[in-house]
Design a protein around this ligand. Sequence first.
Ligand code: SAM
Length: 191
Amino acid sequence: MRFPKSLFGCCAAVAIGSVLLLAQNAQPKKSLDVPYVPTTPEAVDAMLKLAEVKNTDVVYDLGCGDGRIVIAAAKTYGAHGVGIDIDPQRIAEANANAKRAGVEKIVRFEENDLFKADFKEATVVTLFLLSSVNQRLKPKLLAELKPGTRVVSNTFDMGSDWKPEKEFTVPNTDDDTFLSHHLYLWTVPGR
Ligand SMILES: C[S@@+](CC[C@H](N)C(=O)[O-])C[C@H]1O[C@@H](n2cnc3c(N)ncnc32)[C@H](O)[C@@H]1O
C-alpha cells in the first residue's frame, strides 16, 4: 500500500509540533543564569569570522538558545558544532532548526547546565551571557579548554584580568539595544 505524500507531511508536522509543545511545557532544571535573547544574524556572521571558523573546527555555544550560532557555523563553514542550553524549549527549537537547515548530522544539542557540561573537545567557544557569568565561567574555560581554543563573546567581556586580544564592532546591526554590537576574542593560553 502506498502512503500518500500529503499524509506523510501532515504526520511529520504533527510530530514536530507535539515535540515543541511538550518542550514548551518542560521547565529548566534550575533557574536561568541569563535570559534568552538571540544574537542578531549580523553578529552571528561576525562572531564566526572573528573566530576564523573552518571546517576542521568544533564550535561549542554555551547557552545556545535556538542553535543559530552552531547551525550557521555548520552551514557556512562545514564546522561540527555542539550547543548547550539548560532550557528544554530552546533545545527542542535548536534540534528542529538544525533539521530545517540540513545540518543535523554535524551538530548536536545538549540540555545541560553550562557550568557542568564537558566542552573539552571545543576548538571554538561562543558566548552570549553576561560579564558576571563569563567571569564565573572563566576558571573552567582556562582549566578545561585546549591551549589555542578561540573564545568569542557577544557584548560581554571577561573582566580586567583576561584582556581580549581582538575586539570588533558589528556594522549595520538592526538591533537597537546595546546588545550584539560589540564582540570580543580571546585565545586560551598554554598551561
Ligand atoms: C542571551 S541567550 C544566547 C542564546 C544564543 N547563544 C545566541 O547567541 O543566540 C542565553 C542562553 O543561555 C541559556 N542559559 C542560561 N543559563 C544557563 C545555564 N546555566 N546553562 C546553560 N544554558 C543557560 C538561556 O536559556 C539562553 O538560551
